[in-house]
Design a protein around this ligand. Sequence first.
Ligand code: ZN
Length: 257
Amino acid sequence: MKVRILGCGPSYGVPSLSRGYGECNPNNPKNIRLRTAMLLTTEYGNIVFDTGPEIRQQLIAAGTPKIDAVVYTHAHYDHMGGAEDLRKALGNTDAPQPLPVYLTHTDEREFRNLLYFAFKPIVDTPLFDIRNIKPYQEFDINGLKIFPIKQYHDINNTNISIGYRIKDFAYSTDVKKMDEEGFEALKGIKTWILGVTTPTQNPKHINLEEALEWIERIKPQRVFLTHMGTRMDYDTLCQKLPPHIRPVYDGMEIDIE
Ligand SMILES: [Zn+2]
């Protein structure tokens, strides 16, 4: 399997309209971060995780791969706002097949609201084939087994997001807390992509201090940080962190067993 980081930015991107580059060095292109999304290339097909508002340019930069399915972590704009562009991409062939989209029942409501025009009765061929998933209930995409993990996206446990384990790899972004069951499900992973937006504080995402505690607990061989905000300078992180923990950058590719 191979992962391509389509984007590793926070909801506001780096540079952001209000904060610019913040503490990130503007001369390092690795600090230019589009909204967080990932492409997983496998023998079972190509799966996109999240479709933020920049998904079109991210997939073009990836060489316009054929997309076999989309998996959503949660229904925030920075993770779902570009879904309409997939609809356009599907319309490009003579016989477009509905695109399988995996998400929770709650996120499906948001998805339908966002793309209400794609679900109007005048559309003859359905554009999306919606498939509901539930935390801790394994599903498969063309035979590739995927295990969804419940995450809390804030300190009050009101907002749920989903992390995913695929073999010994896990993708956990937009997470502030997890139940014991979540940590248990991550046991034995070798490669972990973890969303860490700020070095300290943050009510919605684990910060770097918390991430280091989680990493110590799970002990994966390699950790890659994503969803990084304007306080997370690439070179500063590389110097500060042990070699098995690295920040990612847009366009980075990671080989996974
Ligand atoms: Zn986000």
